[in-house]
Design a protein around this ligand. Structure first.
Ligand code: ZN
Length: 496
């Protein structure tokens, strides 16, 4: 058989296995009765192993090597080889015995983190985290890098990005954001969220989430919305991109913005065609780019005044206790800035500072200039100097996120890059559609989605993020558009 056909057939097989794993995992998080867990874990384990073995099979390796030398490939096929080949070589770089040892240590570490976080006792977690850092450093060496071991980890989530380049992008953020937050929160009374005090039943909130997803163009014939503990989006197959969400009785904005965020991810997934899926190109240009699509819908759209002009009547119809609330009240409540400890609850202005401190600590852990034992103190000092608040215990400090406990180092910058890409893309979008605000205020999201589809979604991972951002905006990624966006928006809200 022709190598190209074999390659595509192998990817199709891999796609089916991954699809089954995604569906079973989605079910586990949404509908599965808890007594089903044991067998489910075994089934997912079995299928994941089959997928992994196929993804590192010699047959696939031969196809990649063969095809890489050919000059008659389509643009999509070349991109597929770039993405699949990179992942293949990464997986092959780690000896199976080392990887197995790591996965065992990983589950112990995650369990220890859960217990240590519950009791706010870093000492319980420290030896496990030391092991995770050690494994990560060994993996980085096996993957290979030019400058810094962190590059080897970062590149997996953000192809083409380097530690040095990231430092350059970040510098102006720190220089401008820290004093800006001081000015915002200095003497001014923070904008008032008490207009949203109350208890709000979950059923209407769920309906609101569905409504807002329909409005932005999420296709329910190619997806579904279900409840979960931690919201996520999963691409099960072409034509099946599902969203999960969570609602709080005490805060109706939480579920709404959760739906908009996941909706942004889901639109990206629904914009990929079946061929991109088969070629392993349907997950988007990078984790950071995926995050840009969720942030753009959540923040640039959902946290804008035109959005609330349109959405206020729908919102208050569903939640009648808020009947008297004004567009301005809602807009301000949706855009409160505060010095807060927890990343996932942080506002648009402070969020990137939470990521910055993680990035700085991660790079130092990797190059050995910081010891795990010193992390809690360094974390608290950094929170103090960036965000202006000091954790009183390690559960709300260094142990708040699950990532490090599983050895996930190099991933955090994706969240920040998402915000930066979103702001830069948004500038170009507004030039392309000058009446965007009027359209949003009328509830017309069609032209917005069409533009995102045309400039971003339909390309999947064909281009690396560094190239894609230039194709969309004409410029390399920079933090300036984000800084201009938050400075203008929040100066107005806080009447600076
Ligand atoms: Zn996200």
């Amino acid at each position: 058989m022709d190598t190209r056909t074999t390659y595509i057939d192998l990817l199709k097989e891999l796609g089916k296995l991954n699809s089954a794993v995604a569906l079973l995992t989605w079910d586990e998080e949404t509908h599965m009765p808890k007594k089903g867990l044991d067998l489910r874990a075994e089934t997912v384990g079995k299928l994941s192993r089959m997928a992994f073995e196929l993804s590192i099979s010699d047959e696939l390796g031969r196809c990649i090597e063969d095809l890489e030398g050919r000059d008659d490939l389509t643009e999509r096929e070349s991109a597929s080889l770039r993405v699949v080949g990179k992942e293949y070589r990464r997986s092959k770089a780690v000896p199976p015995a080392l990887f197995e040892e790591f996965t065992i240590a990983q589950s112990k570490s995650q369990a220890a983190w859960g217990e240590a976080k519950r009791t706010s006792d870093f000492a319980l977690f420290q030896p496990h985290l030391e092991k995770m850092v050690d494994y990560t450093r060994r993996f980085a060496d096996l993957y290979g890098y030019d400058d810094s071991p962190y590059d080897a980890l970062l590149g997996r989530y953000e192809p083409g990005m380097t530690t040095a380049r990231l430092r350059e992008i970040i510098r102006p953020l720190r220089e401008r954001l820290v004093p800006f937050i001081d000015r915002l929160l200095g003497e001014k009374t923070p904008s008032d969220a008490s207009v949203l005090d109350g208890r709000f039943p979950i059923d209407p909130q769920r309906t609101l989430a569905r409504t807002v997803l329909e409005q932005i163009g999420y296709d329910f014939d190619a997806g579904a919305l279900d409840d979960t503990m931690h919201p996520f989006t999963t691409q099960i197959a072409p034509g099946d991109v599902r969203v999960t969400n969570r609602y709080l009785e005490s805060n109706p904005l939480s579920g709404l913005f959760g739906a908009l965020h996941e909706g942004g991810h889901a639109l990206y997934g629904q914009g990929a065609d079946a061929e991109l899926y088969t070629l392993g190109l349907s997950d988007g240009a990078s984790y950071g780019f995926h995050e840009s699509q969720s942030r753009l819908i959540e923040n640039q759209v959902g946290r804008s005044r035109p959005f609330w002009t349109f959405f206020r009547p729908i919102f208050t119809d569903a939640l009648p206790s808020l009947a008297g609330i004004s567009v301005d009240d809602l807009y301000r409540a949706a855009n409160r800035v505060s010095r807060s400890l927890i990343r996932v609850e942080a506002d648009e202005v402070t969020y990137n500072l939470h990521i910055m401190l993680r990035f700085e600590l991660e790079t130092k852990l990797l190059d050995g200039s910081v010891r795990v034992a010193d992390l809690p103190g360094l974390w608290n000092d950094a929170m103090d100097s960036y965000v202006g608040i000091r954790p009183t215990n390690d559960a709300e400090g260094v142990m708040q996120d699950v990532h490090w406990s599983t050895g996930l180092i190099g991933y955090f910058p994706s969240y920040m890059l998402g915000n930066l890409y979103a702001a830069q893309i948004s500038c170009t979008l507004r030039e392309a559609i000058p009446s965007l605000d009027e359209q949003i205020a009328d509830g017309d999201f069609g032209p917005l989605l069409e533009w995102l589809r045309d400039k971003i979604h339909r390309f999947g991972a064909i281009y690396e993020p560094g190239e894609l951002i230039v194709r969309i905006t004409g410029k390399d990624l920079s933090s300036e558009p984000f800084l201009d966006y938050v400075t203008a928006k929040y100066s107005e809200i806080y009447r600076l």
